[in-house]
Design a protein around this ligand. Sequence first.
Ligand code: GDP
Ligand code: MG
Length: 370
Amino acid sequence: PETITVQDLAARMAVRGAEVVKVLMKNGILATINQMLDADTAELVVAEFGHKVKRVSEADVEEGLEGAEDAPESLVPRPPIVTVMGHVDHGKTSLLDALRATDVAAKEAGGITQHIGAYQVDIGSGRPVTFIDTPGHAAFTAMRARGASVTDIVILVVAADDGVMPQTIEAISHAKAAKVPIVVAINKIDKPDANPERVKQELLNHDVVLEDYGGDVLGVPVSATKRINLDKLIEAVQLQAELLDLKANPNREAHGTIIEAKLDRGRGVVATVLVQRGTLRVGDIVVAGSQWGRVRALLNDRGQSVEEAGPAMPVEILGLDGVPEPGDLLVAVESEKRAREITEYRQRKRRDQAQVVATGARGSLEEMFS
Ligand code: GDP
Ligand code: MG
């Protein structure tokens, strides 16, 4: 239900909190200025002050943020976005590092690696793959909890000398719950005690059936540290991506998801964004969660300044007024006024929700004062 504190209501009518308290008292409601009022009570107060009542609902404020559906003919193929998951020590971080080093452009740039939370790899085929550079399940589930779905494909890393372990099983269930297809990287095949066949058989017990066993899950034996079959793994991801027929409209206002964000001493708020549709440009006014700002600069995964970022291209953005949360949606809007309206509404809602949680156990206003 819509709620507002006495104080906020007073602020929005430009009157003192005490005056609102007085009006409430006159109506038989005893309230402090931090008290939550439900929409009906608030409306009564506003009417008493002679103001016109306008309930601003989420739908009003956030209306149009989703934007129009993209017409089929506006859609063009986009790179797949991949998350690496698997049991601890099975080689997630090693694999992400090794995959990154396969990028042709990164090699040309002298292997300069900039950690921005996501990167793109092109092994020379002209078909890049985007990797989210934070392995593990926590990031994946945190994003999903915020309603974000950024991952198209999960690479499940299983060490060939260790086999299926508890976090392997957990990763499988996360991927299945999110309906994200799995590509299996059977890692550490360079080890003398590696047993890839055993891994494949163990995966059968968890309904991950590789092609060798008549299923449709692609599996590639690899070594992250010896850099064996990394190109084959990328090719398997591309094959899986083709089946998904991933497309987006680059010619519209940007919609994306915050991958990570921090406050940097010199640069201010720095957030990594994966654009999912549209194109993000320097100068755009964006809202991310309950923060907003004008994009001052965009930096690619090699730390180079770029003018724009299209679908599935990871970029760091500078210019937000506060630090958004991973999983927050980012949307480009038409004006600063609109950005302020949305963020103020969201901040208020977030604060109100926190207070409702804090006071919730005490029951409703009516119950308290009837
Ligand atoms: P994570 O916990 O899944 O991120 O695993 P790490 O990438 O940190 O790897 C754990 C250990 O396994 C490290 O000592 C790596 O050097 C080692 N490792 C990772 N991949 C391979 C591989 O392909 N072969 C061998 N022999 N060791 C590997
Ligand atoms: Mg790791």
